[in-house]
Write a protein that binds this ligand. Sequence first.
Ligand SMILES: Nc1ncnc2c1ncn2[C@@H]1O[C@H](COP(=O)(O)OP(=O)(O)OP(=O)(O)O)[C@@H](O)[C@H]1O
Length: 252
Amino acid sequence: MAQARDYLVVDELTKHFGGLAAVEKLSFSLDRGQILGLIGPNGAGKTTVFNLITGFLPATAGRVSFRGESLLGKKPHQIVNQGLARTFQLVKPFPELSLFDNIRVACYGPRFLSQGLDEEAARHRILEVAEQVGLPKDLEQPASALGHGDLRLLDIARALMVQPELLLLDEPLSGLSSIETQAIVELIKTLNQEGITLLIIEHKLKELMKVADRIVAIDFGQKLAAGTPQEVVNHPAVVEAYLGTKDSYASA
Ligand SMILES: Nc1ncnc2c1ncn2[C@@H]1O[C@H](COP(=O)(O)OP(=O)(O)OP(=O)(O)O)[C@@H](O)[C@H]1O
């Protein structure tokens, strides 16, 4: 059984793009079963942190460990195999493929294949995750027929196919209506109750504060504050750098 504490540890993580320090000696940790929010202004380095943790980018320096094992230097598919899945800021489905086949694509990943799931088991799992996230019943329709909210659900469904222990969501609420937003907030709570640990980048702070146990705020790739949602949104450095005014998070 993995330790609950220090489940994911990011230690002095650094990424330079030429002369730009996108992430600079950033440290934080996430305990098993928790939801951690990662916030910061545009360009603060949040997506770069996700790309470093999930092996999409090599780090310049620092360490990342998951369940005590180092992730840096591993390929994205090896990291998925360890139980860590992600979604993307921009959802990019295969527009001509059906919803079913868009989810089925995840079956060709190594984690799924290594579990030896056959066609029938894969079909069962696809139907299960589609229902779990609340996708429309008609899974034969093409992804191009979906609105923005359902596309987000499709992206989450694909990530869930690999049965992750830790799920990284990159702005899951961006561009959604308030009804769609509520649906995904509820989904996040349910996934967490079912045992999934989550790391979530999100600009909609009011919603993030409803689900996050803790929040880390960054700017210019460096940590500004970390703590409970209330502590972080009221932290002077966060108020100044990210929120503009003390009251603005309420309308974010
Ligand atoms: N591949 C890259 N090459 C060069 N610079 C990059 C690259 N990826 C990101 N950057 C730069 O690194 C900085 C951090 O970008 P990043 O996308 O991580 O920010 P972010 O906090 O996710 O922003 P947003 O909230 O707008 O999505 C930005 O200045 C960005 O332009």
